[in-house]
Write a protein of this length. Structure first.
Lengths: 269, 256
């Protein structure tokens, strides 16, 4: 099929529309996506405000509260959970047979997966916007332009974490195994990053932990978001995020290639 | 260019690891014909459907859909194929119309013409009055009809249906079988109907009997029955699949 470019856009629009409809239908998913970071912000950060000191580190130019420090990490957390949620729904779709509809579309499979990623990143943007609006009301004071400046970065970080979810979905054989992902992917990624504490603090405590944090792509997601929120740019973080997006997406396309037969690994037709 | 043959399968083989699931399958599904693919459970029907729909890649052999080689031009082949899988592939939280719209977008279709086509497909399957209902609210028979309506939306030349009547009551089953037969005669579709229910095969259909991954017989029903010196499709099926290691009897349902 030599589809005109407009047909590709129709396909993208259809997947975006479906993902948005699913998101609005699943109100619990929206609520939990908001409640999780708000608990961290309103309870955890308040409790730890006096325990954890944050020195002046880029991009900050003055002392900041701990609540302000963890905002980029919590935004990253929303996107991380959203990426894993997408992964879960891909595994679920595969188990129920829904995935076949997508994979038998005449569009190139890599394009279909990219559309899924874009749709997921779009949904995570909605979640992040709602979270930042609530955070702004209560505790946080960010530069107003920062909210706009962070949008393109959030799109890329959302794509990268979505691609990670996609990659995991190609590796997870059964829905029941998803709990393992929570323990072995989400929590280590979140805690071994600069989401909750600056890396220099981690380095003071353990060189090994610091090294692991610097190897963790989620650290660079958080830093990309942090710098963008303050109208700054972290070249290293942005580069790592884009490179990780390329690697994760490339591996996902491989995982969903008929030659590697993800559907076959699940069951015989 | 589309050719007269719906599906041409040549020397097709497939294995799950070291276990051979399909071996040297060579069959043709003709235009305007209802071709029943009969086989007991585990015969390889769903594997064949997965290969025909591009979900699996064959280890050997070739598949052509309307003259387009599945390995070389998979997108052209898929754009001419309507598929109803054994497992339901509907989004339960979307309405009937939204499911159709989503499918249309997966084929790059949009606009007023597609909306009219959606209405026509739903009308044809007697689902017009349910278009705003969520799929979750439909019974199994209506869901299957919706899947068939959806599979016809992009005006395919070939239809692939894998155990499309599983779990349905007799009136629903009969209605769907009759409708799909009409699609062959009225729209010239080449239909491959994978099933283990012999009563879904009509006397003037084409028949492929698959057993333990091999084609045991293929051709018009009358030819297959007479070559087996059998009294009917059920008898022919039993003879051709005798000695099954799977020991699965065919479901007879209504008399053929």
């Amino acid at each position: 099929m030599n589809a005109p470019w407009s047909a590709y856009l129709v396909c993208l629009r259809g997947l975006l529309w479906r993902e948005a409809l699913r998101f609005f239908h699943q109100r619990e998913r929206f609520a939990s996506a908001l409640v999780r970071p708000l608990i961290w912000l309103l309870i955890f950060a308040t409790g730890f405000r006096s325990v954890l000191g944050v020195s002046i580190i880029p991009p900050y130019q003055t002392y900041i509260t701990y609540e302000t420090y963890i905002i980029p990490g919590l935004v990253g957390m929303i996107q991380l959970f959203n990426g894993m949620q997408s992964s879960l729904s891909m595994v679920y779709d595969r188990e129920t047979g829904n995935m076949r509809l997508l994979l038998t579309s005449p569009f190139p499979r890599s394009y279909l997966l990219l559309c899924k990623l874009i749709a997921g990143a779009f949904v995570s943007l909605l979640q992040v916007a709602a979270f930042l609006a609530i955070a702004e009301l209560f505790v946080v004071d960010l530069p107003p332009i920062g909210y706009l400046a962070v949008v393109p970065v959030l799109l890329v970080t959302g794509l990268m974490l979505g691609a990670l979810g996609l990659l995991l979905s190609s590796a997870i054989r059964q829905l029941e195994n998803f709990a393992g992902v929570m323990n072995f992917v989400i929590f280590p990624m979140f805690f071994l990053s600069s989401a909750l504490y600056p890396l220099w603090r981690m380095k003071e405590s353990s060189d090994l932990m610091f090294a692991l944090c610097t190897l963790n792509p989620f650290t660079y997601v958080v830093e990309s978001i942090r710098f963008a929120l303050y109208l700054d740019s972290n070249l290293v973080a942005n580069t790592v995020v884009i490179a990780a997006l390329g690697v994760f997406f490339g591996l996902s396309v491989y995982g969903y290639d008929p030659r590697t037969n993800i559907i076959q690994r699940r069951g015989r037709g | 260019m589309d050719n007269e043959k719906g599906i041409e399968i040549r020397d097709l083989s497939y294995a799950y690891g070291s276990k051979l699931a399909l071996e040297d399958i060579t069959v043709t599904v003709r235009k305007s014909r209802f071709t029943a693919l009969l086989g007991p459970n585990g015969a390889g029907k769903s594997t064949l459907v997965a290969l025909l729909s591009g979900l699996f890649l064959p280890k050997a052999g070739s598949i052509e859909v309307c003259g387009h080689n599945m390995a070389v031009q998979p997108r052209l082949a898929l754009s001419r194929m309507g598929i109803v899988f054994q497992a339901q592939t509907l989004d339960l939280d979307l309405s009937v119309q939204q499911n159709m719209g989503y499918f249309a977008s997966l084929h790059g279709l949009h606009g007023r013409a597609v909306r009219a086509r959606i209405d026509a497909c739903l009308d044809r399957m007697d689902l017009a009055s349910r278009r705003t209902d969520r799929v979750r609210e439909l019974n199994s028979g209506h869901r299957r009809r919706l899947e068939i309506a959806r599979a016809l939306l992009h005006q395919p030349r070939v239809m692939l249906l894998d155990e499309a009547t599983v779990g349905l009551d007799v009136p629903s089953r009969t209605g769907i079988v009759e409708h799909v037969h009409r699609l062959c005669t009225e729209q010239g579709l080449a239909v491959l109907w994978a099933s283990h229910l012999v009563d879904e095969v009509w006397a003037d259909d084409d028949l492929i009997v698959l057993h333990e991954g091999r084609v045991r017989a293929a051709g018009p029903v009358t030819d297959v029955v007479s070559e087996c010196c059998a009294g009917g499709v059920l008898d022919a099926f039993n003879r051709l699949t005798a000695g099954s290691s799977n020991a699965d009897s065919p479901a007879r349902g209504e008399a053929v």
